[in-house]
Design a protein around this ligand. Structure first.
Ligand SMILES: [Zn+2]
Ligand SMILES: [Zn+2]
Length: 398
């Protein structure tokens, strides 16, 4: 079995770093993590050159990249986007649906299944698909954001049962205030999904009911979610708690931030980190198809009928001047979080690896540099630019 040793770098563990550490893998798995020691001559050495040796990133919320949106509904689009994200350090990915017709969402899930099957025969080509994030279409009407409003609706059991029955949905979003949300959450729970509430204007009481049905996560904190003032508009007085208070008060709730520097100012990233901690806060890209593409106009969602946005090379903009999700990979999020908050390197990397793995139930396979886990390993320079990626023990060709 082929052995690889990563040496001469700072090894990032979930709770500490090892200076001048070493990580060895054999076949697809990690077999040792510790201080550097002498190695047999037949081991392939990857020299981190004084940089960082970290676990591969895991992205819970991502729409596309390299010109492709997962909602395009073809295996080629799925593979293009997953290939682009792997170059940015994402080794495990949850392709994410948006609003659209039932046919478009079915096609998206099917294309992910076909792509995952094809990728299993082409190791180290693209980020590993760990499941689909069923995100749209069950958004609240007043919190649709940049998603196509025609493709939004309340959950319909005959519709979402088809999605769950394919066995690929691992993360399931529904706005808690929609009629039928409880039935949706129950089915998501039966399918062992991370259950999340997003694009929602729900009240504290609606969140509590959702929590009782198994909801444990809220999508992109502060974006397209309720606040005390928004609930006051909806329900008048007395003022009521919103999604924000519910997430901040409950130890069992996790959330995520889009740390691209355009969605949230540094103090909000710091606030989310301090309130929730690295074990309950995930970094997500929420990246659209404009990743690694020239500035210009693109469609968010399906290539034929998605909403138009403009990429200026920093972020996506909707025609009305609001944000239309990010255009950068997880490596950018990690660098920005490191620059902008008091989180340690271990904590920043944890938010992009072990925490999302734990929340989705895959932490026994990946998410940290631990013996027995898949050798999903990144080498980064000191500025946290990705220089080498290893997926399941296979080096990714540049
Ligand atoms: Zn969103
Ligand atoms: Zn999104």
């Amino acid at each position: 079995m082929k052995s690889i040793a990563f040496v001469n770098g700072t090894v990032v563990l979930p709770d500490r770093v090892l200076d001048d550490g070493m990580v060895c893998c054999e076949g697809s798995k990690i077999v040792s993590v510790g201080q550097r020691e002498s190695l047999p001559s037949d081991v392939e050495i990857i020299d981190a050159k004084g940089g960082v040796i970290a676990p591969g990133f895991i992205d819970l919320h991502v729409h596309g990249g390299a010109g492709a949106d997962f909602m395009d509904g073809t295996p080629e689009a799925v593979i293009s986007a997953c290939t682009a994200h792997l170059r940015h350090g994402t080794t495990t990915i949850f392709p994410t649906t948006t609003t659209g017709s039932s046919q478009q969402i079915s096609d998206m899930i099917k294309s992910c299944a076909v792509a995952a099957q094809q990728l299993s025969k082409q190791p180290a080509k693209a980020a590993r698909i760990a499941g689909v994030h069923l995100y749209g279409p069950y958004f609240a009407e007043d919190k649709v954001g940049c998603h196509a409003p025609d493709g939004r609706r309340s959950p319909i059991v005959s519709e979402f049962q088809k999605y769950f029955d394919r066995g690929l949905v691992r993360i399931a979003t529904c706005a808690a205030e929609l009629p039928g949300a409880d039935v949706f959450y129950n089915m998501a729970r039966q399918h062992n999904c991370l259950i999340t509430c997003g694009h929602s204007n729900s009240t504290w009481n609606e969140m509590q009911a959702a929590f009782d049905a198994g909801m444990r996560h809220v999508d992109h904190f502060w974006c397209a979610m309720s606040s005390v003032p928004s609930i006051r508009q909806r329900c008048h007085v007395p003022m009521q708690g919103s999604m924000a208070e519910f997430v901040l008060m409950s130890i069992d709730m996790s959330t995520e931030v889009i740390a691209d520097g355009w969605h949230l100012a540094p103090e909000l990233l710091e606030f989310a980190f301090r309130m929730k901690g690295a074990e309950r806060l995930c970094l997500v890209t929420d990246c659209n198809r404009a990743l690694d593409m020239p500035n210009g106009e693109y469609r968010f969602g399906n290539a034929a009928d998605g909403t138009i946005f403009r990429s200026d090379g920093n972020v996506g903009w909707a025609p009305n001047g609001s944000l239309a999700s990010s255009i950068v990979g997880m490596d950018s999020m990690v660098r920005h979080m490191q620059r902008s908050t008091s989180a340690s390197l271990s904590q920043v990397i944890r938010m992009a690896s072990l925490t999302p793995a734990e929340r989705t139930g895959i932490a026994d396979q990946t998410g940290s540099l631990d013996v027995g886990k898949l050798a999903d390993i990144l080498v980064m320079d000191r500025e946290l630019n990705v220089v080498d990626v290893c997926l399941g023990g296979q080096r990714v060709s540049a």
